[in-house]
Design a protein around this ligand. Structure first.
Ligand code: DON
Length: 611
């Protein structure tokens, strides 16, 4: 793995966001290595034959495919798909949350858009602590102190404005979502099951309960779900642009609703939640994508404040220097125990660095260059022997996410790729429905409220990810694009799953690029997850038959603490383009998403929901 910078500055079609974000992002540039010449080679005779979309709801995928059919590009399609997800997938699709998008055009430079939520300006750590100074976990998970200033409306508009084809109006991209909200859609088994699961969750506010539990009962599979307040808010955004969300009536109602809510464990109001000034002042940021090369393939992923790209790139860099070929020859297209041992140890080390060093790059110094430096990668690699090293430490000086996030992958016929992950954090976010008909996030739990206090995903952090006014919480979201040496998008992917996002993305990349599995086999394969703390590695126990018990025994013999888990790890949404330009789009059978290629049917959910 060689990690390098884009050559020159990106061509900006429009100057809407100015150069300021770029100036900040340039500090992330990494050492340019010889292998980056691959960016120059382009073979223009290979075309993507049909555009493709993968998302976590069939109706949203259909909206994206329709935009491609109308001449929109991958960015247009992703924006329309995301607005549709805000209606049909309230578990994670959102207006009241945030996310990250990676734009890798066929020509020109890649861009990363950070529309992550921010902590309100009035944030005080003390509000999250009890009288003994101990973190009260629920305060960052539900109620008004859990909510970060939403990024999605301005983020999606920025994506449209900067990367869209210019052929479609913004309101054309919001319109399908308006219709789904106003006319209603049929509740699928996943939404119905998730509402049953969340029925007794104390987080819901009265408005959310009235909408999702009419008459006290969860919306049932097959019911037609209509959301008139959300349709009105979307209509305002379609007509007035995203400012209609951040200023004026929608903003006032949102801020007032939050100010009226009680805080867990307190009888008096404490303030400190998102207010009108936070909303008016929210700005998405363009950042330089992380870019590197793995086995000759060019890889783009998300820089901080997501940890995803950095962890995936460091782990792949460690693995590239190990004798993968020797193991490959023994494995018959499947990873050997020794290869899995390497995957786990590489992840363990990278997650140790995540816990210690990663946070919002606008507020703390994230040592991106050092963490990807050949010297550090080599020393990590050298520390990997034949046995598990659960005592691995972060770079000098130096769990579990009920959860939901959602990912969209799109490729268009021009060869542009868009990979976007958005979230409310937990499933249905903070469970607070704003008067405008949208759910608010509980993203502030992604901060390390205290160094030893794990968040809802069991992740620990350091002062780099301490909560502070205006700061963005560290994320694991990993929108990623792999390009072939001739500049074609080869693999566009991402996933929900908190830290399992990172490990899911990495495993699919490894299976496609190293084990040469086809996309469906690579996504269907059982997964493992390792995040440094706790030391045990999770292995999916039964999905697609689970792992070979002999492999598990061989890893235990190497000293790996292993936990077989019934839960499904991640839900990868991916598009693959083969060397002839033929697209395959696949939505992980672990959840209820759907994928489709232009002119083809939208593939139906593959497996029933489970708790
Ligand atoms: O940004 C993050 O890392 C988390 N808020 C993502 C949450 C998530 O993926 C939940 N999905 N299942």
């Amino acid at each position: 793995m060689v990690v390098g910078e884009e050559r020159g500055r990106p061509k900006r079609r429009r100057e809407a966001h100015g150069a300021r974000a770029w100036a900040a992002a340039l500090s992330l540039l990494l050492t340019l290595a010889a292998a980056c010449n691959s960016n120059g080679a382009r073979s223009n005779d290979v075309r993507v034959q049909r555009g493709a979309v993968a998302s976590e709801h069939p109706l949203a995928t259909a909206v994206g495919l329709d935009v491609l059919a109308r001449g929109g590009n991958a960015a247009d399609a992703a924006v329309a798909t995301a607005f549709a997800l805000a209606v049909v997938y309230p578990q994670a699709g959102n207006l009241g949350g945030g996310g990250f998008a990676l734009w890798v055009p066929r020509e020109g430079n890649a861009l990363a858009l950070d529309f992550r939520e921010t902590a309100p300006a009035s944030t005080l750590v003390a509000r999250y602590l009890d009288d003994d100074g101990k973190a009260v976990a629920d305060r960052s998970r539900r109620g008004p102190l859990a909510v970060g200033t939403p990024g999605s409306p301005r983020g999606l508009f920025a994506l449209y404005d900067e990367c869209g084809s210019g052929l479609l109006r913004f309101r054309d991209l919001v319109q399908p979502a308006i219709e789904l909200a106003r006319d209603g859609f049929v509740v699928d088994p996943w939404l119905a099951q998730h509402l049953v699961d969340a029925r007794d969750d104390p987080k819901w506010n009265d408005a959310a309960r009235a909408l999702f539990y009419p008459g006290g009962e969860p919306l049932a599979e097959g019911a037609v779900f209509v959301q008139p307040a959300l349709a009105d808010t979307l209509e305002r955004i379609a007509r007035g642009g995203p400012d209609a969300f951040y200023t004026g009536g929608v903003a006032t109602e949102t801020a007032e609703a939050l100010a009226a809510l009680p805080v867990e464990g307190l009888t008096h109001r404490v303030g400190g939640s998102v207010d009108l000034a936070d909303l008016a002042g929210y700005a998405p940021k363009w950042r330089e994508p992380l870019r590197g090369w793995f086995l000759g393939h060019e890889l783009f992923s998300m820089p901080p404040p997501s940890s995803g790209g950095l962890v995936v790139m460091q782990s792949l860099a460690v693995l590239e220097g190990l004798p993968l070929d020797t193991e490959l020859a023994k494995g018959d297209g499947e990873p050997t125990a020794r290869m899995l041992h390497w995957w786990i140890e590489a992840l363990r080390g990278s997650f140790a660095d995540r816990a210690q060093h990663m946070g919002d790059p606008d507020k703390v110094d994230v040592p991106v260059r050092a963490l990807l430096s050949p010297a550090w990668v080599a020393s990590r690699r050298a520390s990997i022997g034949e046995y598990a090293r659960t005592d691995v430490a972060p770079w000098r000086p130096p769990v579990l996410e009920p959860t939901e996030t959602t990912h969209v992958s799109v490729v268009d016929r021009d060869g542009n790729a868009l990979s976007m992950t958005t979230t409310l954090n937990g499933r249905f976010g903070a469970g607070i429905l704003a008067p405008g008909g949208f759910l608010l996030n509980n993203e502030l739990d992604d901060f390390a409220i205290q160094p030893d206090a794990p968040n809802m995903y069991g992740l620990v952090g350091s002062s780099a990810n301490a909560i502070a006014p205006g700061k963005r919480p560290l994320s694991s979201m990993t929108p990623t694009v792999v390009r072939s040496p001739d500049g074609m998008p080869e693999l566009v992917l991402g996933s929900p799953g908190g830290p399992r996002i990172i490990t899911s993305v990495m495993q699919v990349v490894l299976r496609v690029l190293v084990l040469e599995q086809d996309l469906v086999a690579a996504v269907d394969a059982p997964r493992l997850h390792q995040q440094w703390s706790p030391a045990a590695t999770w292995f999916e126990a039964s999905f697609h038959g689970g792992w070979d018990p002999d492999l598990i025994a061989a890893l235990e013999a190497r000293g790996h603490p292993i936990e077989l888990v019934e839960r499904r790890l991640g839900s990868v949404q991916a598009v693959h383009v083969d060397p002839r330009g033929v697209t395959t789009a696949y939505s992980d059978a672990r959840r209820g998403g759907a994928a489709g290629v232009e002119g083809g049917a939208v593939a139906q959910p593959a497996s029933p929901p489970r708790r």
